[in-house]
Design a protein around this ligand. Structure first.
Ligand SMILES: [Zn+2]
Length: 394
């Protein structure tokens, strides 16, 4: 059994230990590098478990990439071997560990509050690089989560002392604690007075004030309950900095105060919508002017445009078929393909359209006097098709 120094003092960053075993790590087919697994008599390195990622750091100046526990033995995955029987100095990556301690303690605070207040269970917990997720077995409303977030931040600011210990059997029987799974062997309890009592093997901060800000950024359905996404401590602060910078830039561009930012964007979108409407109207007028210049009774007429909406395409075809015996409107480009409308008050466009689709890899349909669809063909191919049908362009 490896002595777990991190359980006695989560703030210890360096230590000296005896190298008991060094073995080559089993490789997967994709592994190119030879790695070694080292067993020490004691360690500050936290092995991955309970939702908390493993510590990184160095052991006798050799990089520690991963740490796993197997039957009470903690294995340190290193890039080089260490001599069995030698003494090695280890140092953990403190910045990474402290972030995990903040996140883990923050998770206890909000989980304890949610489970106690809303009668549900925490059924999953994951600390990711970007955020922390916690899963609960019951649906929670946005309002409930907001209340819990507020209470959790209050608990952080109370700066209460946290406690972690191995209670004696009789003490444990009397404790009402949360547990995510059936635990084998001694049970380690973590208590955050007024927020949580939970079985946990992880590392935590001494006082809740060290957790820092706690912000729920996501609430979604998950299995029969919900998944919360949270930013805790440094994660939350860095996110605030990024968001603040974004808001500052948006407000600068819109010349509004931060509290009026959303209204400013709404106004901008409304203006853009109005302009778009005006642009479409002007485009429509221009197209109709072009149609008016076409002589009535023209045998065949085709107009190709880009960026029209479906209503504009139909309106144009409608106007055009009153001038030409057969009217074709194309909307698109050679790279994207073309939407088409073929219209005629004199000819059977249904039959013509089938032939058009077959020849140009198209699909669509409709009834006389107007059919519509789309083709994956270039303008040259489309023009060639009409020419073979002896449609003369005007
Ligand atoms: Zn914990």
């Amino acid at each position: 059994m490896t002595e777990k120094l991190y359980e006695k003092d989560a703030y210890q960053v360096s230590f000296e230990a005896a190298v008991l075993q060094c073995r080559e790590k089993k490789r997967n087919q994709t592994d190119t590098e030879v790695l070694y697994e080292i067993e020490l008599d004691r360690t500050c390195f936290y092995p991955e478990g309970g939702g908390q990622p493993a510590d990184n750091g160095t052991l006798a100046d050799v990089e520690v990439l991963d740490v796993q526990e197997e039957d009470g033995i903690i294995w340190h995955t290193c890039t080089k071997p260490l001599k069995e029987g030698s003494m090695a100095k280890g140092s953990i990556d403190w910045k990474r560990r402290f972030t995990h301690m903040q996140q883990h303690t923050g998770e206890h605070i909000i989980s304890g509050i949610i489970c106690g207040k809303y009668g549900c269970h925490n059924i999953g917990f994951h600390m990711g690089k970007e955020a922390v997720t916690i899963d609960f077995d019951k649906l929670l409303s946005e309002e409930e989560v907001k209340t819990a977030e507020h209470l959790a931040n209050e608990k952080v600011m109370e700066n209460v002392e946290t406690k972690a210990w191995y209670p004696l059997d009789y003490e444990l029987c009397e404790l009402n604690y949360r547990s995510k799974k059936e635990i084998q062997g001694a049970v380690r309890i973590v208590e955050i007075p007024g927020a949580d009592i939970c079985a946990c093997c992880g590392t935590h901060v001494k006082r809740t004030g060290e957790v820092g800000p706690l912000k729920v950024t996501g609430l979604e359905h998950y299995k029969n309950g919900v998944r919360l996404t949270l930013l805790i401590g440094w994660q939350a602060l860095l996110d605030y900095e990024k968001k603040h910078e974004n808001i500052r830039r948006i407000c600068g561009l819109l010349s509004v105060k931060p509290e009026d930012c959303a209204q400013g964007v709404e106004r901008l979108l409304k203006t853009a919508e109005d302009w778009k409407g005006q642009a479409v109207a002007l485009r429509g007028e221009k197209l109709m002017r072009r149609v008016s210049e076409i002589a009535e009774g023209t045998p065949f007429c085709m107009m190709a445009e880009e960026g029209l909406n479906a209503v504009e395409v139909r309106r144009l075809a409608d106007a055009l078929m009153k001038k030409a015996d057969m009217a074709v409107v194309l909307n698109g480009s050679d790279s994207q393909g073309y939407q088409y409308v073929i219209a005629s008050l004199k000819e059977d466009v249904t039959a013509f359209g089938k032939e058009f689709n077959r020849a140009l890899n198209g699909k669509g349909g409709g009834k006389n006097p107007m059919i519509q669809g789309a083709v994956s063909a270039t303008m040259e191919e489309i023009t060639r098709f009409f020419k073979t049908k002896e449609r003369n362009f005007s």
